[in-house]
Structure formats: structure tokens, C-alpha cells
Write a new protein. Sequence first.
Length: 415
Amino acid sequence: MLTRVFDLGVVCFAAAVLGAMGCSGDSEDAATPTATTRSTLAPVEATATPAGPTRTPVPGRVDVPSVVKLIDVRTGTVKTLHEDRVTAAWDATFSGDSVVLRVGPGTLQFRLDGTAIVGSEPVECRRPGSSAEIAGKTYPGIACGTLSPDRSWMTYRVDAPEITLPSGQRVTTWDQWLLNVKTGQTRLMQAGLAHCGGCDGRYGPRWSPNSRHVVYAEIGGQQRRFLTEASTATTRTIGTGAEVPLAPSWSPDGTGLAYSSKAGSPTTIEDLAAGTSREFSLAWPVAFDLSGTVVYSPAWSPGLKAENLTTTIANLASGAIVARLDGAPPSWFAPLPATAIDASAPGGLLAVLQQAPGCAGTAVYRAGTLTQCISGGVAGELGRGGSIAVARKTGAVGPAYGTNFETVSIDQFDV
């Protein structure tokens, strides 16, 4: 179960595993960290899009379609954007005043009222033959890569010769290039990045939210990590370590970058606008809060069974510790973990954490005090203005099957 929060809405989805999972407007609130009461808000199901293709039922097993729902947090209205038993939705994000779904190899786009936007697909890269095509323009000899948030730039790879590592292993390499989507100009960012020879759990290019910089790494060899300024293609090495949990994190405005070479080591935070950097004592993983004024560690807990976790929050400008709260953000399970801290929320610093003593679920902190416990909560995410979305486990069913999966048991959730 994954959620993404926008100012006035929540998208909840699971790639190929959401059919048995509820995604409702119900919530569990509490006046104290231990007592819970049921909300009286009843979800209203708006007109749903027709279900997609069906598949032959399997006797004795629960059929789980891929479902994406949009919730208006002001009214509790729930709208089904996608329901399909053959093609899975594997990503759902807010883009301006619309919702973009990645469904199979393509995309779907919806307004915030849940209506489909026909003939107005978001700008993506397609590859007809040996050329990339973006917004109807063809770029011969270029492979599709990672587009910047403003769709002005795209990174892409060009295969390069094999090399021999010091270990004696022969691996292929690639050169990392940059395309100016508007002009068609290409520039080499970094040559000779080593492949790992079949590894997984590595991350690709990550653009800054303002589309001015991009970080990327080689997945073999020295596992070097690079930072490139897009307008000039100026590149420098910022460290080593290409595993996904080590992927650098960006501030909301794209001017701040946090990174480290290994879990538990100190964190370097750069202010790219000012051209300065400093080392924080916060151990990696570290993330910026929604306001961009504080950083916190850990950005996700190291394991589902971890104990005695504490989240440390530090002022970005001074480095001073703002708070230490029991618990931690959910265990890392996605390339972009949810944001758990907001220093600019109404009423003071807001946090949603797991594994806090005395709370068997998601703990909500306001101004440093534990004020609510959402029983059974397994992951929380903050939206601007103090909104909180929480996935709350309600049970399990099984055996179950769905798009490209079979399992003896699958969890059920409310949001």
C-alpha cells in the first residue's frame, strides 16, 4: 500500500496488489496515545471508471485487481481512477492540478475531480525504432532516459567498451549523456561508468525538483556518485556507493542536497544556491522536511523489527538539534520514501513515526509531543498544511493472486 499526498487530495495505490486492500476515508483518531475512536466520516464512492479486462478465476483464491483511488480530504469523497485485472498501475503522482498514473507501458492523466484528461498525456519519452520521441519531436540515435521534472532535460546512456576491474572481472561500461529537449543539443556528462554485471537494488538518475541538477552513479567498479549542473553539463564526483538506500535526497526547492557513502556515517549537506557544504553529525539516511528548514535522521528505519529507534531533527541553518522523538519513519521500501516531518505545520513541528513506545501503529507528534496513535498504522505521509495520510492494516486474506503475482496471504488496509 502506497500513498501520495497533495494539498487537497490523497492518491492510494498498490502495483498489482490493491484489489483486496480497502482505500477509504475512514480514519482512527485519538485524544490520547492509547485510546482510539472511530471517525464518523463515511467515504462516498464517486462514479468509477469501468473495470478493465478480466481473467479466468482460480478456485479457492482471491482475485486481486490493480486499483488506484483518489480521495478528497475535505469531503471524504473517494473516486476510482483505475481498476484492472490484467494491467497494473505501478506509479501514481500529482503533477500540478492533475494525477498521472503509470499503467503498463503507458500513462493516464486525471483532473483532481477524478475525470480523465483525454488527449493530454504528460510529456514522456517513447522510443520508436532507434530514436527517442518526446512531445512529437524525434531525436535520432538517442535512447529514452530520465526526464527532468520540467521536461526540459533528459539523461540517457550510450554503451561503451568493456573494462577489466582490479578484481579481474570484465564488465561493460556506459557514458552518461544529457539532452536539451528544447534545442536537441547533447552533451557528455560522464564517460566510463561501470556496470556491476547483473546486480539489482541500484538507483538511476535523480533530478532536483527545480530541474537544475541531477545525481547519478555507476553501479559497478568504484560505485562513484556524480552531480551534474544541467545548463553547463559541469560534473563533479560527490562520493561512492550506488545502493538505493544511499541515493542522495533533495530539498523541496531543489537547492539542498544530502548524501553519504554508507549507512550510519555522517551526512554531507550542500547548499547549491550558495555554493557551500557542511557535514552534519546526523547518521545516514537523512531527508529534508516539507518546509526545507530542517533535516531528520533516519529518513526510514533500518528494519521492520528494529527497536529503540529515535528520530533526530536538526535545524538546517544552524545545525542545532530541534527535537528527538521516539520512533522512526517506516522501513524503507520505495525509491522515494514518504515525508515524515514538517516544521512549518500549523501548531508547530509535525511528525508521523512508527515503532514509538506505547503506540502499536502510527504515532503523531505535534510540537514535540505525542498526541495521537493511529492503531494499526503501518506508514504515514504528510501533506502541506498539516494533512496526514496513514495506511492502516485491518487484516489479511488469502491465498490470493493478481497481475504477475501469487501469494498465500495478502494484507488489507484502510487509508
